[in-house]
Ligand binder design. Structure first.
Ligand code: ISL
Ligand code: CA
Length: 553
């Protein structure tokens, strides 16, 4: 097992638009992030992942890039970026950028030229196809955000492929020039000193060039078999590794829709020379697979646990993944996996213990360290996310019950995690004195960073304590993992162990009392618990109680 900084580090994801506004225009920006670096460092963070900050018309909040070499106007100037990078490095942290190269913006000059005629040198930077036999789209592929994945372009009468919005045309990786463009822009940022990339939808870069019709309703199945894991994806990643990744001391983490636990080692196996680790999405899509994210079903704890367990065994010793429970695309973890009302504090802490004791590099999404929750705006007018708005339109046109749809938005919409960070209890949660681009969650008066920092019992300090403990006890990083109670619907109990030390983590993921047992004959030391004054010998857990035991030598 190779030991490296990116396995031991704690990641923290920043979604710049919602983080902190320094110039009061209502939009978070680079200088706003720079103001908060001490806050992040004090938590114990080693690696910051910045969601995209490149020039963008913001159809999908920066995941549609119109210039990979420049900064988005609202976020600042290149000089602000350089200052931010310096501030991150000065504090001993690393900065990882988002690499969004499955697609660009339709406003990128490559696409502007590409669409202008059938025979310009940029035409094959993208996928262009004549209409299908019935005069409609070339095949029945669906965009991730609803509707056909093909858009007719009047100028040449051909369709272009966009697996996301129609303002996000897919780049044609078959074209070696496109690949060189990508390597060149990666080098540009790496030469500036950035420490790596989180790679957006990276398994989607190689397409099935016969563009087969999809004949299955299960969207996840279709992602795995049709949109992701295309025939040349590993060849492309090995080329990228050879030409760029292996030339720098950097880390790469692929976002992996369509990568199953069985396929993962093809991307991240030590001997593969492709990527260092991936964010898989299996637990994120849980309950959303059958009827889509806006009509979710109930999820059982046993299903949730089995995902972590399967992944751990399938990837084996020499592969690495990330551990996370929320990000900018999925609901707040305390609302989704915890109890964001009665046991907000306890369950927020329990989930912190969970992500900081599993095998893989933990990633904390901004605001979850203070227990920020989902939001439920009544009116669709208050929503900003293109996925939510597209689906609202589609469902309404189909005559669906919009009240049910809005419930789905409140549960799973992406704006749940995009409301501004709640810094204090002043207006707009201290995020801005201007008009925020999206409303602040009304619970900012009680849930905010200032309150968290003033309360030694806060979720924030529990993260800090857990992070310190993980760093001092590397068995929690590298040790093996074994689950105890895979069928239990209330408890999540597992062991982390190496030749020297053994730890037991016992999590009561329910709002009732629970009893537990452990197959342990040695004496145990209770190292961390999210309740005060717990009798370490008691086998009765309070609601959402989380205990970390170490076996005494
Ligand atoms: O959010 C999702 C749908 O509900 C996911 O399927 C998401 O689209 C998928 O994980 C890919 O996400 C990434 O690429 C998208 C971007 O909108 C997301 O923010 C990004 O994380 C297109 O660039
Ligand atoms: Ca601003």
């Amino acid at each position: 097992m190779n030991k490296t900084w990116w396995k031991e580090g704690i990641m923290y994801q920043i979604y710049p638009r919602s983080f902190n506004d320094s110039n009061e225009d209502g939009i978070g920006d680079l200088n706003g992030i720079a103001e908060k670096l001490d806050y992040i460092k004090d938590l114990g963070v080693d690696i910051i992942w910045l969601s995209p900050v490149y020039k963008s018309p913001n159809d999908d909040n920066g995941y549609d890039i119109s210039d990979y070499y420049d900064i988005m106007d609202e976020f600042g100037k290149m000089a602000d970026f350089d200052k931010l990078l310096e501030g991150v490095h000065k504090r001993g942290m690393k900065l990882v950028m988002d690499l969004v190269v499955n697609h660009s913006s339709d406003e990128h000059e490559w696409f502007q030229t590409s669409r202008s005629s059938k025979d310009n040198p940029f035409r094959d930077y993208y996928y262009w196809k004549p209409p299908g036999p019935d005069g409609g789209p070339p095949n029945n592929w669906q965009s991730f955000f609803g509707g056909s994945a093909w858009e007719l372009d009047e100028t040449t009468g051909e369709y272009y492929l966009h697996l996301f919005t129609k303002k996000q045309p897919d780049l044609n990786w078959e074209n070696p020039k496109v690949r060189e463009e990508v390597y060149q822009l990666m080098r540009f940022w790496l030469d500036k000193g950035v420490d790596g990339f989180r790679m957006d939808v990276i398994p989607l870069i190689s397409k099935h060039l016969d563009f087969p019709d999809v004949s299955n309703d299960d969207f996840l199945y279709v992602i795995e078999k049709v949109y992701a894991n295309g025939p040349r994806v590993h060849e492309f990643l090995r080329e990228m590794n050879e030409k760029v990744i292996s030339q720098y001391d950097m880390m790469t983490v692929g976002e992996g829709p369509g990568i199953t636990s069985k396929l993962a080692r093809n991307y991240v196996g030590d001997d593969r020379k492709e990527l260092h680790m991936i964010f898989h999405l299996d637990h994120m899509f849980l309950g959303m697979q059958e009827n889509g994210k806006f009509y979710p079903r109930e999820v059982k704890l046993s299903e949730f646990k089995s995902i972590f367990t399967e992944w751990n065994f399938d990837i084996g010793e020499d592969c690495w993944i990330n551990i996370y429970l929320d990000n900018h695309d999925f609901p707040r973890m305390v609302s989704r996996w915890g109890d964001d009302e009665e046991f907000h504090n306890e369950s927020g802490k329990l989930l912190a213990m969970l992500i900081l004791t599993l095998r893989g590099t933990p990633c904390i999404y901004q605001g979850s360290e203070i227990g920020m929750t989902n939001v439920a705006f009544d009116s669709i007018e208050d929503y900003r996310d293109v996925e939510t708005l597209n689906n609202y339109r589609i469902e309404k046109a189909a005559g669906k019950d919009m009240e049910t749809f809005m419930k789905g938005v409140h549960q799973n919409g992406r704006d749940n995690v995009r409301t501004p960070i709640q810094w204090d209890d002043s207006e707009n949660g201290g995020f801005t004195t201007g008009k925020p681009w999206i409303k602040v969650n009304p619970n900012y008066k009680t849930i905010n960073a200032k309150q968290a920092l003033a309360d030694s019992n806060s979720i924030y300090y529990f993260y800090q304590e857990m992070i310190k403990y993980r760093k001092a006890n590397p068995t929690l990083v590298y040790g093996d993992y074994m689950i105890m109670d895979k069928d239990d619907e209330y408890l999540f109990t597992y062991r982390r162990r190496d030749d020297e030390h053994t730890y037991w983590i016992i999590l009561n993921m329910s709002s009732n009392h629970q009893l537990f047992e452990l197959p342990v004959y040695e004496e145990l030391s209770l190292e961390i618990c999210n309740y005060k004054d717990v009798n370490p010998n008691s086998r009765k857990l309070q609601p959402w109680e989380a205990r970390l035991y170490k076996i005494k030598k």
